[in-house]
Design a protein around this ligand. Structure first.
Ligand code: SAH
Length: 395
């Protein structure tokens, strides 16, 4: 008999509303022989069937739900259908002639909990973030090879911290086909970028910022631009090609800035400056020197990983936004982002409001930023929305 997870009384509502996670605290007991990674049925306290998913009792998220249709078995056809749907949706979203790097599979929000698949030109980079997906990796890879055209090979970047919560060791390495070159050259909105899929953050590039990077262009003509937390120069490249008079890129990672240098090479003779250092102290230095900018991009790393870190993160976001407001010329524009899922868009706006008040400046919101369309958010899974941001005009 297949294992059955029986929920506690009054704990069925999220499952009925199709949230894909069952927390261990919601489970009354498990019936039948169940090994971690197995398909299980989920029932309410009265044994009414609700959903089907993959169990891992090592994790606080004990079951990742896959289907709410009793007649839908979790078999090879199921995985193929889900992958097909995710891949087909991207074809309509991304203009392949100008963008060759994008997300093909966005985990829970694509009905594939724990699985991330990013495309970088002719290579796929895969992250398996749950035990259920880890156990089915070979099958999923086989399907991807079959479903995605013009792919020369696959590389695994299962080195995210969350693997530990699933009881999994981190793992990276080639998965199939040709190994990717040291640096893969990709196009994003017609611009060239070199991506190191072996060693760089995430799967190699902050694909989620693509649409926001494109929006920066509108403000860059003849502007002095500061790209803070620049990584490999995503925003900086857009600014430089949009006729900025000067672009300053700041990041604490020397290897990231080395790659940024290569990404900005040959983009025209206008001023470009790379500064390795802590954004907080570099910006304080600029304040002392009375340096000013027309456009500032703030794209910091995730300051809050979990709820209990939100207060500390809020202070850091406020500090860095305060500095940015002080460094902007009248009429200047701030692109400010947060990729902390635990910080809501509402809270983020309040933090930025606090910063502008303390800076003694006046500012308007002229745009809202979010993760790109290839990083969808299932309506049943609001946790999938993690990237938020504001475009502010300062007076
Ligand atoms: N804007 C980039 C992505 C930024 S990711 C893009 O579009 O591709 C965040 C970056 O912040 C990382 O490169 C990390 O090295 C850098 N970073 C983290 N903490 C920092 C700090 N205190 N000062 C400077 N850089 C920092």
């Amino acid at each position: 008999m297949r294992g059955t997870v029986v929920l506690k009384r009054n704990r069925a509502k999220p499952v009925m509303q199709r949230h894909p996670w069952v927390f261990s605290g919601a489970i009354a007991h498990v019936e039948g022989e169940v090994a971690n990674g197995d398909v299980v049925e989920v029932c309410d306290a009265g044994h009414n069937w609700l959903a089907r998913g993959l169990i891992n009792r090592h994790s606080q998220i004990a079951v990742r739900l896959l289907t709410w249709r009793r007649d839908e078995p979790v078999d090879a056809t199921f995985w193929r259908r889900r992958l097909e749907r995710a891949v087909a949706a991207r074809l309509a979203l991304v203009d392949q002639s100008s963008t060759t790097a994008y997300r093909l599979v966005h985990a829970e929000s694509d009905g594939l909990p724990g699985l991330i698949v990013d495309r970088y030109g002719s290579w796929l980079v895969i992250q398996c973030l749950t035990l259920g997906v880890e156990q089915r990796k070979e099958e999923l890879v086989g399907l991807l090879v079959d479903l995605v055209d013009d792919v020369r090979g696959g590389y695994e970047r299962s080195d995210a911290e969350v693997r530990e919560k699933e009881g999994l060791a981190r793992h990276t390495g080639p998965l199939w086909g040709e190994e990717p070159p040291e640096l893969i050259e990709v196009l994003e909105n017609g611009l060239h970028f070199l991506v190191d899929v072996r060693r760089s953050h995430k799967t190699g590039f902050y694909l989620d910022q693509r649409e926001n990077r494109a929006r920066v262009r509108d403000f860059c003509e003849e502007a002095e631009v500061l790209d803070a937390f620049a990584y490999t120069g995503g925003f900086g490249v857009y600014a430089a090609t949009a006729d900025a008079s000067h672009v300053t890129l700041v990041d604490s990672s020397a290897p990231a800035l080395d790659l940024a240098r290569r990404n900005l090479e040959g983009l025209g003779g206008r001023g470009v400056e790379f500064t390795t250092g802590d954004v907080f102290s570099v910006l304080r230095g600029y304040r002392v020197q009375e340096r000013r900018f027309d456009v500032i991009v703030l794209d910091p790393p995730k300051f809050a990983h979990v709820k209990r870190e939100v207060k500390r993160a809020a202070r850091a976001y406020k500090d860095v936004n305060l500095l940015a407001f002080q460094l902007l010329r009248p009429g200047g524009v701030l692109f400010t982002c947060s990729c902390s899922g635990a910080v809501s868009p509402d809270l983020f706006q309040k933090i930025v409001f606090g910063a502008v008040v303390d800076a003694g400046r006046e500012a308007q919101i002229i745009g809202y930023l979010a993760q790109g369309m290839d990083h969808p958010v299932a309506l049943t899974f609001p946790e999938g929305a993690y990237l938020k941001g504001l475009i502010c005009r300062v007076h």
